[in-house]
Design a protein around this ligand. Structure first.
Ligand code: UT7
Length: 352
């Protein structure tokens, strides 16, 4: 069976920088709070009406394809991860396919809705298709246009200050080298605490799931399970919400656990890791994981300071930057790890 290699990688971040001071003009927050709690100094926002999750994904994919030395037409499968899709449906995969103009041949698109773990999930799925020989050039994309869907009032400040826009992509191909490429992927989920980090509305739940007071579910007797009503907008029900402290505690437990699981699977040790690319959720989480694994500063790549949390895009953006900066070399053991909404979490080990 083939192994899978990352043949090309690219990323795109929009030009507009939004600093913590910029946000403090919109809501009651400040640079000190954001920096201390998250490490974030600024994030990028896409150009409204010109850029979308799909167009940013397309830019990252173009670069990844160029670096892989393939024509876009050679891409035979697109795996697109996002929580901020252009449309409710269809997914952003087909919109990116159209944007790239590769509709003339049989390309399949799969949309992944695993939020912060979306890229690792996408990588894991794509890896199986390469290994079985079904596809030869798979684009795995993570892209987010968070800035279009955040609550810029004080109600949303605990979520809004964290997120930023951007996209990253890889081209996966079969790898004939022995013991190289993607060595293993591990993916997990547990929906017990689904509402702790979620955007519940608009949705088709009709108020079904649990405590509506606690989780801001609309009252079904008022809304009748309607997918969207103007009241949902008026009553601030259309934004993501997070129980930050609860998510933080889960994250610092699951990141090391899933990394150790992947290492054990291939008979390696944490001391074998050359570069850890954690999902950029919070600098404090990354630092906790680094300490737990006994890694030095130059063995962990962080760019949350400049981009905030770009959810499904954070790992491929960080991987792309680390590679561009020469921090990943041939034969290095690269570890990707993510945790987020669902909860879902996962890891990947790649011999570069
Ligand atoms: O990527 C997916 C996974 N996500 C994560 O892993 C995120 C994990 N969680 C976190 O990163 C942190 O919990 C946050 C950065 C989200 C929040 O930090 P925290 O230390 O947990 O703060 P908190 O939510 O407990 O809020 C502490 C205080 C509150 O005020 P009181 O009640 O103590 O008076 C908040 O109202 O900070 C207040 N606060 C803010 N103050 C200034 C909340 N947001 C802000 C803000 N600016 N933006």
């Amino acid at each position: 069976m083939n192994r899978t290699r990352i043949a090309g990688i690219g990323h795109y971040v929009p030009e507009k920088r939004v600093t913590n001071d910029d946000l403090s003009k919109l809501m009651t927050t400040n640079d000190e709070w954001i920096t201390e709690r998250t490490g974030i100094k600024e994030r990028r926002y896409g150009k409204k009406h010109e850029e979308t999750t799909a167009t940013m994904g397309a830019k990252a994919t173009r670069l990844a394809a160029e670096r892989a030395g393939i024509e876009l037409e050679e891409i035979d499968f697109i795996v697109f991860a996002t929580l901020s899709p252009d449309f409710y449906f269809p997914g952003s995969g087909v919109l990116m396919q159209r944007e790239l103009g590769i509709t003339h041949k049989e390309v399949a698109c799969l949309d992944v809705r695993n939020q912060c773990s979306g890229f690792v999930y996408g990588l894991s799925v794509a890896d199986q298709f390469i290994k079985t020989g079904m596809y030869k050039n798979i684009a795995v994309v993570g892209s987010e246009m968070h800035s279009m869907g955040l609550d810029y009032s004080d109600n949303g400040r605990h979520v809004t200050v964290i997120f930023g826009d951007g996209a990253g992509a890889v081209i996966l191909q079969p790898d004939t080298r022995p013991d190289a490429g993607i060595l293993t992927t591990k993916i997990h989920s547990d929906g017990t605490h689904a509402e702790q980090l979620a955007m519940i509305n608009p949705g088709c739940h009709g108020g079904y799931h649990g405590d509506k007071e606690k989780y801001n579910y609309p009252d079904p007797s008022t809304y009748g399970g309607i997918f969207f009503t103007p009241e949902m907008h008026d009553e601030n029900m259309l934004y993501p919400d997070m129980n930050g402290q609860f998510v933080f505690k889960m994250a610092v437990q699951k990141f090391p656990e899933v990394i150790m699981e992947a290492l054990a699977d291939v008979g390696l040790d944490k001391s074998d890791i050359d570069m850890l690319i954690p999902h950029q959720a919070n600098l404090r989480i990354s630092q906790f994981v680094q300490k737990k694994l006994g890694l030095s500063d130059d063995q962990v790549y962080n760019n949350i300071q400049r981009y905030g949390n770009t959810t499904a895009a954070s790992i491929p953006i960080a991987l792309s930057e680390a590679w561009q900066e020469g921090k990943i070399k041939d034969n290095d053991l690269v570890c990707l790890a993510a945790f987020g909404s669902g909860f879902t979490w996962g890891s990947a080990l790649i011999r570069w």
